[in-house]
Design a protein around this ligand. Structure first.
Ligand code: NAD
Ligand code: IPM
Ligand code: MN
Length: 369
């Protein structure tokens, strides 16, 4: 069995470097425990790459990603680049470019409640206890990649019919794109509770009508899996009303983006939600959250989503299932021991157990075996 793996590490911006350090320490610990070697190469990506090279996803970074066994990505973006004019390079374009370049059409976002955090949730304990669902988000199609434009000084587009600005984005899907993501969802469901909820807006959008049609065709190949359709507005509501009713949620790119941030609160914090972006090329492992500019540099970001994304990499990309389990169990145990970063601390948390990014990483390391 292969015992050495090449990883392209993209720390990006904001809290990115802080949480990536903890992921790397967890990988060092895995090396010691499981006698495997990780060859980690750091590359510029996102805002930092714009500052240094003028583009968010430089060719050198692209080459490294393509040549690696996996890409480990923290987060990109921040107010500095939000403030630059429309049309100038943006960190988020780098992220979309990376996903597209790696053919990463399937974004898997598992949402599980840790018992230790259930009482800390903003939702009632009875609602969030025992949730185990996964969002399968289409990642390289839809409105993120459809035809778009922003036009200035257009006749009649301004207030009162004067000249003004006009913009549009298009949600586009082909049968092939829907088919391949649907198959991923059904395959996953086969190894879970065999239930797929396909989320769309078929009462209004043509792209959703096609989505529903193709998902039902794919479902015929998986007779043991129950398929439900749900409109996205209802899904947003059901996620907080009765989240345990979901097993696999299959949805398009923008709906998946929004529903996954909502679902993160079922686990206590966006800082807990990991993800894998997989498809035809090098798989990418990235927490669901962003660069959290409001807490960047303070050493208080929750490293769990990053560390759990690293565990997904070990298991999905490298087949190191025991090592992945060791990380997941250690996170769970650290939480059970009461350790909390501020985002997951509750009113009843013991002050002495509220710790920063590095210390949380340390506690998790110590518990890995
Ligand atoms: P965000 O996810 O960065 O933050 C939302 C809120 O959650 C903030 O209050 C933040 O402090 C908190 N949060 C997020 N991660 C946390 C963690 N690990 N520990 C503790 N708290 C955490 O979303 P935003 O503020 O809307 O966006 C900020 C920037 O990040 C934007 O530029 C956006 O484009 C970018 N972004 C990048 C990614 C990515 O790189 N994958 C994902 C989402 C947003
Ligand atoms: C995510 C992020 C990205 C997305 C942004 C930063 C482009 O919100 O990974 O969820 O919308 O996909
Ligand atoms: Mn998002």
């Amino acid at each position: 069995m292969k015992s050495s793996f090449a990883i392209c590490a993209l720390s990006g911006d904001g809290i990115g470097t802080e949480i990536m350090s903890e992921a790397k320490r967890a990988l060092d610990r895995v090396s010691e425990l499981y006698s495997v070697n990780f060859d980690i190469v750091d590359k510029d990506f996102g805002g930092i790459a714009i500052d240094r090279h003028g583009v968010p996803f430089p060719q050198d970074t692209r080459d490294c990603c393509a040549a690696s066994d996996a890409v480990l990505l923290a987060a990109v973006g921040g107010p500095k680049w939000d403030a630059t004019p429309v049309g100038s390079p943006k960190p988020e374009q780098g992220l979309l470019g990376l996903r597209k370049a790696m053919g990463a059409f399937a974004n898997l976002r598992p949402v599980r409640t840790f018992d230790a955090l259930a009482s800390a949730s903003t939702l009632k304990f009875e609602v969030v206890r025992g949730i185990d669902l996964i969002i399968v988000r289409e990642l390289i199609g839809g409105i993120y990649f459809g035809k778009r434009a922003i036009e200035r000084d257009v006749e009649g587009a301004g207030v009162g019919g004067a000249r003004g600005s006009y913009a549009f984005d298009t949600m586009e899907y082909s049968e092939r794109e829907i088919d391949r993501i649907a198959r991923r969802a059904f395959e996953l469901a086969m190894n879970r509770r065999r239930k797929v909820t396909s989320v769309d807006k078929a009462n209004v959008l043509d792209s959703s009508k096609l989505w529903r049609e193709v998902v039902h065709e794919v479902a015929r190949d998986y007779p043991d899996v129950e398929l439900d359709d749900m409109l996205v507005d209802n899904a947003a509501m059901q996620l907080v009303r009765n989240p345990r009713s979901f097993d696999v949620i299959l949805t398009e790119n923008s709906f998946g983006d929004i529903l996954s941030d909502e679902a993160s609160m079922l686990t206590g914090s966006l800082g807990m939600l990991a993800s894998a972006s997989i498809g035809d090329g090098t798989p990418v492992f990235e927490p669901c959250h962003g660069s959290a500019p409001d807490i960047a540099g303070k050493g208080i970001a929750n490293p769990c989503a990053m560390i759990l994304s690293t565990a997904m990499m070990l298991s999905i990309a490298f087949g190191l299932h025991d090592a992945a389990k060791s990380i997941e169990d250690a996170v769970e145990e650290a939480l059970r021991a009461g350790y909390r970063t501020p985002d997951i601390a509750g009113e009843d948390t013991d002050e002495s157990l509220i710790i920063g990014t590095a210390e949380m990483g340390e506690r998790i390391l110590e518990l890995m075996r």
